[in-house]
Design a protein around this ligand. Structure first.
Ligand SMILES: Nc1ncnc2c1ncn2[C@@H]1O[C@H](COP(=O)(O)OP(=O)(O)OP(=O)(O)O)[C@@H](O)[C@H]1O
Length: 357
């Protein structure tokens, strides 16, 4: 039987906190994603000091969720808001040290345009859209970079079919990797596997700025940044500290996803980051046998939302088994031919024509 989010929340709701309530009732469980037999979520503490004390609880929660029938892998990260006692280097971010966070918005040398891809909710296909859009833009002759800044679950190494540590010949600069015509860097390349990471605001800022500033991106027409889901520190840091062209928000047509997508759009608005548009993912399901079209997650929700918020709807992508298999196999569907590759091609073309990529 498939594992569900509510099963996970049931288990987490049993973790009482010393100062009252439990992990769920105190709204500390964030970015929960159940992907087959894999569960990922974030426990968000009120401060870095509290986060440090919560490590035993994080471990216990990870073990308890791992005992749910059907769960094979669990990854739980701890994050904290608020000022840290002392900015430290991220635990395993070793290449090239820790640059001082900058004051004004930073330009990335050689990069003409930066597009952030966000979502309100996890699991809506933001990383899939990021990799495919990057590949589709590269196929149309653009010089494209892809930065995987999803600290909670960096998936671009898997989706782009590459998983080796980037070289750093002088200990300062980082040489990015290349796959399917795209220049690639992932925060996943810089973390030690199976190690819990307590991310604090200043660490995130350092890690992001390191990946933007120390990676030898070369001359790029566009750099796609795959953000973590939600509206947290990474989004804030990127939008406030870097000159970015705008953000694209990915959502499924479900009401719950749309509510969160609206929050993401509001956040970009508050940060004065232009929202370039919405992409509806998993919009319909077309039966491969009989051709019947079903709207599993509702119909027309994202188009209506885009209309209401006054932002363009950049594309609608159906549920497609081959898209998932291609992503899991490290060769994004946009790298081949066929209807899905064409759909991504049309979105890429729109961005190029709009002068954004
Ligand atoms: N259009 C689609 N059709 C079928 N499967 C899809 C589609 N888009 C994404 N998926 C699959 O859904 C799962 C979640 O997608 P993905 O990891 O891209 O989402 P995400 O929003 O980036 O999630 P996270 O927040 O965990 O990073 C993956 O297994 C992916 O292959």
């Amino acid at each position: 039987m498939a594992v569900t989010e509510s099963q996970v929340l049931d288990v987490l709701g049993r973790f009482d906190l010393p100062d009252g309530g439990d992990l769920v009732s105190r709204d500390m469980v964030r970015a929960l994603v159940v992907d087959g037999d894999t569960v990922r979520f974030v426990i968000e503490a009120a401060s870095p000091q509290v986060a440090q004390q919560m490590e035993p609880l994080r471990k216990a929660a990870e073990n308890a969720v791992g005992r749910i029938e059907g769960v094979a892998r669990v990854s739980v990260a701890l994050t904290a808001h608020g000022p840290a006692a002392a900015p430290k280097e991220p635990p395993s971010l070793k290449i090239g040290g820790h640059p001082k966070p900058q004051q004004g918005p930073m330009k990335v040398a050689g990069v003409k345009s930066i597009i952030a891809i966000g979502s309100g909710k996890g699991g809506v296909g933001k990383s899939t859209v990021s990799s495919n859009l990057a590949v589709a833009l590269a196929k149309q002759g653009r010089r494209v970079g892809l930065l995987d800044a999803d600290i909670y679950g960096p998936s671009q190494p898997r989706m782009m079919g590459i998983n080796k540590r980037p070289a750093s010949p002088d200990g300062k600069t980082i040489i990015p990797l290349h796959s399917h015509g795209v220049t690639l860097m992932s925060i996943g390349f810089m973390l030690e596997e199976d190690k819990a990471v307590v991310w604090r605001g200043p660490m995130l800022m350092g890690a992001l700025q390191q990946m933007l500033g120390q990676v030898q991106w070369g001359e790029l027409d566009v750099l796609i940044v795959d953000l973590p889901p939600g509206t947290g520190d990474v989004q804030l840091t990127l939008c406030q500290k870097t000159e970015i062209s705008g953000a694209i928000v990915v959502s499924t047509p479900q009401d719950v996803a749309l509510i969160d997508a609206r929050k993401a759009i509001d956040m970009f608005g508050t940060l004065k980051t232009p929202v370039l548009g919405l992409i509806e993912n998993m919009s319909t399901y077309v039966c491969p046998n009989c051709g019947h079209e079903a709207h599993l997650f509702g119909h027309g929700g994202v188009a209506a939302e885009a209309d209401k918020m006054g932002v363009p709807l950049l594309g609608q992508l159906p549920i497609d088994l081959d898209t998932r298999l291609a992503g899991d196999g490290g060769k994004p569907i946009a790298a081949g031919d066929g209807a899905m590759a064409e759909a991504y091609g049309r979105i890429a073309e729109g961005l190029i024509k709009g002068g954004i990529a």
